[in-house]
Ligand binder design. Structure first.
Ligand SMILES: Nc1ncnc2c1ncn2[C@@H]1O[C@H](COP(=O)(O)OP(=O)(O)OP(=O)(O)O)[C@@H](O)[C@H]1O
Length: 284
């Protein structure tokens, strides 16, 4: 951990969903701490990554049963926190970036006005002159490296690209100065060059601010270059927790299998290997 201050502490977290067919164990005994760093949660579809992310914000459906020895955000015991307390945390001290920003933006409002509205709402009680609000919005667009911010201010969501939309969401999310950001597959919908821009904006934020990032992804190749530490999830469990730089020395066969399945331009391989799975991984 690059900073000793722990922003999030999760110990022995389990999440079960009550379904018509009985209880589904989505997350089993997950533990980790987050400081000022970029922590990746990787795993295949259904491994429980998003459920962990949503549980941290208590955005789980009513059918979910949450158990943990510790679920702490700063001084707040999230297990005990009620809805009112969570509303003061969500989108303020702890934010989430989703895969597709288009669904989070209002389609009939200019993007600049949407950021301005969020800014004014955050400064509730203080009247800000219009020119100052506009100036601050332009500065925020510049901070997330949007070129020609004056023009982008006037655009509607359907007139902007996915990468720009994602950076606009990041700008809005930064208004309250969050301590923790949970990004759930934030770049999966973007093409490779745009993805690099968004990652570099996120990277700067963690570098410049006192912020911890939980980066949820199915892409081990991406997170090993972008994140500091990686939690590998399989069937609801963390099977490996490892510094990204040490991934070449990963111990767990599932992690090694994921690494072996990564395409490489250096090695000619006739076919991608089939990932081996061992039922014993579910129990130890
Ligand atoms: N509301 C729900 N009700 C019942 N089961 C659920 C619910 N949400 C998730 N699950 C189950 O919990 C498990 C973990 O799901 P989750 O979405 O966290 O996985 P994931 O690793 O994020 O997958 P993906 O990459 O596809 O989003 C899956 O088996 C899923 O079917």
């Amino acid at each position: 951990m690059t900073n000793t201050e722990t922003k999030l502490e999760v110990e022995d977290l389990s999440v079960r969903f009550a379904t018509r067919d009985g209880l589904v164990d989505a997350v089993r005994g997950v533990s980790f701490k987050l400081g000022r760093e970029k922590l990746a949660i990787v795993g295949e579809s259904g491994s429980g990554k998003s459920t962990v992310g949503r549980t941290l914000l208590k955005l789980h459906p009513a059918s979910a049963r949450i158990d943990a020895r510790v679920l702490r955000f700063g001084d707040t015991d999230l297990l005990q926190a009620g809805e009112k307390q969570m509303r003061a945390i969500r989108g303020q001290r702890m934010s989430m970036i989703m895969q597709d920003p288009k669904y989070s933006l209002n389609p009939v409002m200019k993007v600049g006005d949407q950021i301005a509205e969020a800014l004014v709402a955050h400064e509730s009680g203080r009247r800000l002159p219009r020119a100052e609000v506009r100036e601050r919005v332009i500065a925020m667009l510049e901070q997330v490296r949007i070129r020609e911010p004056q023009r982008v201010y006037e655009r509607y969501p359907h007139e902007i690209s996915g990468g720009m939309g994602q950076r606009i969401m990041i700008a809005m999310m930064l208004i309250p100065n969050p301590e923790v950001v949970i990004a759930d597959e934030p770049t999966s919908a973007l093409d490779v060059s745009v993805r690099a821009q968004v990652l570099s904006v996120l990277d700067d934020l963690v570098g410049q601010r006192d912020l911890g990032l939980v980066f949820i992804s199915h892409d081990l190749n991406l997170v090993r270059h972008f994140c500091d530490r990686v939690l590998v999830m399989y069937a609801g469990r963390v099977v490996e927790s490892i510094a990204a730089a040490d991934l070449d020395h990963a111990q767990h066969p599932y992690t090694r299998g994921l690494l072996a399945a990564l395409p490489s331009i250096d090695v000619r391989r006739p076919a991608l290997p089939v990932l081996q799975r061992d039922p014993a991984w579910l129990t130890n």
